[in-house]
Design a protein around this ligand. Structure first.
Ligand SMILES: [Mg+2]
Length: 226
């Protein structure tokens, strides 16, 4: 058996963040009496994505990211609402949505018999922990590594070095990372010299300068692959 450790990304790899996000944005708008307009979720995602990219590059802090995304969204809507309060409510609601990706529970259950499973995430600590603790996959996962605890984030080498140390990894060839993001998960794997599995649910093209060892469209494919 080649691998001993499987590192899973959390958002949109084990947890259906996209679905939860859409649900919670609508709920938060409603709570703050902001009218829903078409494309609001898409606009939010666009703004959020740009800011996460900056965060991954170490250009902004996570606190900055969290508030700025709503500040910008409200600007596009000409809405005068406190982005800080809105973000607090949004995160609180998001933390209670532990919607799993199709197959995640079964995959974790099956793989946990043969491998050490860990989560590696750049996500927001309070949200990740709450959601993880109430999820059915918790029992199969040995560790959850959150960037803000470590002080480094994916794709930084230091993030992975910390993870390897904690898991007592002796051989990098025994580690596989599974994730949906080319810029954080796959690039991170490349940076630290481990093999990678790109969870490409939406059939994107690999337009980044990264090396993908395996590519899957759904999580069940991992069973045959490993
Ligand atoms: Mg992800």
């Amino acid at each position: 058996m080649k691998y001993k450790y499987i590192l899973f990304d959390a958002d949109d790899t084990l947890f259906d963040f996209r679905l939860a996000e859409e649900k919670v944005i609508k709920k938060s708008l409603d709570y703050f009496n902001i009218s829903y307009v078409d494309n609001i979720v898409d606009n939010f995602r666009k703004i959020n994505k740009e800011l996460w990219k900056k965060y991954e590059l170490g250009e902004i802090t996570k606190e900055n990211l969290q508030v700025t995304r709503f500040k910008r969204l409200f600007e596009t809507l000409s809405v005068d609402e406190d982005p800080d309060n809105f973000n607090d409510y949004y995160l609180e609601q998001l933390a209670s949505e532990s919607i799993l990706i199709n197959g995640a529970e079964e995959i974790c259950r099956v793989l946990s018999k043969k491998y050490v499973l860990a989560i590696v995430t750049n996500g927001i600590k309070s949200m990740q922990e709450q959601r993880f603790n109430k999820s059915t996959i918790k029992q199969y996962i040995s560790n959850i590594f959150i960037s803000s605890d470590i002080g480094y984030q994916k794709p930084q080498k230091e993030f992975f070095k910390y993870v390897f140390e904690k898991l007592e990894v002796n051989d990098k060839n025994s580690v596989l990372i599974v994730g949906d993001s080319l810029s954080s998960d796959i690039k991170g794997g490349n940076n630290v010299g481990i093999e990678t599995c790109w969870f490409n649910r939406y059939n994107f093209t690999n337009d980044k300068d990264v090396k993908v060892t395996y590519e899957i469209k759904n999580l069940y494919e991992l069973i045959n692959l490993l």
